[in-house]
Design a protein around this ligand. Sequence first.
Ligand SMILES: [Zn+2]
Length: 190
Amino acid sequence: MLQDIAPQVYHNEFYIRTPQSQDHFFYIKDGRILLDPTIDHFPFPSFQAFALKQPDIYQHADYLFSISQHDFYLIDEQAIQLDESDGYLFSAPTILRTLTPSWTGFAGVTGTQLHRFYRSRTYCGCCGHKMNKKTDERALICPVCHNVEYPKISPGIIVAVTDQDRILMTKYAGRTNPEFRPDCRLYRDW
Ligand SMILES: [Zn+2]
């Protein structure tokens, strides 16, 4: 599973930290993440790679978590404009699941989840004012009505529905699935 990253250790305790030049960050814009696709084992950009072009990038970075000795930050893409350059390209987040070693994929997926949290909670769901980042925990707070929003946890499960040697499969209308072997027996008439 994606979260099985041993012997690496995931630390998600909340801290306010200042990034160092060797630290890495996630930069996500329009649903795509900036990566160097030629470095499949660690494609995340580092601060030192962009500090010359964007010296204020350090001021718009939020510490997210660390995995073993690697610290990861999230850049506010509304404050810092980064473009595809120097080998870095915007990629679909689905590529993160293909990274090796797999713990780097876990880092990327966790980063995109936290980015989604921050961007989807820009405004208070109760009164509409702009939310502020809390300084003592991973959360956003409304300065007017004090509504607090935390990252949403969305656990998922997979269930196999079987009947002797058969398994229930889904099939989307208008889409073929090349993994279905011809000898697969499917429930087609539910
Ligand atoms: Zn509010």
